[in-house]
Design a protein around this ligand. Sequence first.
Ligand code: NI
Length: 398
Amino acid sequence: MEYKDLKKRADHHFPEIVEVRRHLHQYPELSYQEHQTTSFIQDKLKEMGIPCQQPLETGCVGIIEGKNPGDGPVVVLRADIDALAIDEEGAHKSNFISRNPGIAHCCGHDAHTANLLGTARILKDFQDEIEGKVLLIFQPGEEKLPGGGRMLCEQGFLQQQQVDVIYGLHTNPDFAPGQIGVRKGPLMARPDEFSILVRGSGGHAAAPHTTVDPIVVASEIVGALQTVTSRSVDPGEPAVVTVGKIEAGSAHNIIPEHAHMIGTVRSFSEETAQHINRRMERIVEGITHAHGASYDYKFDPGYPALVNTDWAVEHLGEEAVKLFGNESVRWMEKPVMAGEDFAFYLQHFPGAFFFLGTGSEESGSVYGWHHPKYNIDEQAFKTGAPLLASLALNFKKR
Ligand code: NI
């Protein structure tokens, strides 16, 4: 296989990849409810002559067998297929804006799916050059706990496959189309969730001395939580505590009974996450106690931190350079604080996750993940689809 032929095939399939992405974009579905999306993917795989299994209720896994499906390497390529509960905006997408109210592909999972279907096309073109087997995972529920990736890892399907390596990508507006963002070791954070309920005692707003005002207590907690990362975590270690939602009260003249806060903690290790968890609860305990209020505190562990396997990143970098030259690979100095359930696969198998550059002014792709105007520059498929194919075609067993 010549790299230029791989690129030629990718260019040949490019219009179809765009068409698929725009179709998926118009019919987004929420996590674990991706029924139409799953049958669409299954139909596409069938059309390509790729057999497909369905280990979970939604999503599916396509299997392309090469010369030695029993002996050769097993390479897994993963895309996620779910959308977000968000009302979409954006003139750049006016031809193919979401037709499902309140749901939209504002995290690029439509692009991940279309890109992997494009990779499937390319791999079929070079099927007799595949050594072992390539599994194409179209995974449900990336956006919502427990995580489709975790479910697939725990369900047993992947364990039976003797996986040698797994790769996945995410669209990223910080990089231009034609570029990829790569990093050895930690790439994405561990996102934990917390919930704090402050129980006070309500009453008339004009008689605060007869109440325990949960709004005042909650405000103090929000302020004090800012010291967790600034005073209790090593300054060299990235960590975030954010209260994302706060809810209390019903009228301007009533002191309510409760105040409720939820938020997220980001870190890169179990140890740091647990340290933050303990510090947070002590702050909540101390402040509520001081005011004569009480509390419920809950800390829900989310996905683990996403940590890439060094040799898998090296293979990725080499293939990208061979296909697109040195300038295409951007080595990232810092990890990002967003989370990804791809982290679960990397707890079971070696592999790497990377960022596919999709940012450009022309496409209006200047907004971050989960923004109502999120968009991608579709030129990125010319990089993403052949690169995944190349990772599979040129993989050597370790
Ligand atoms: Ni995403």
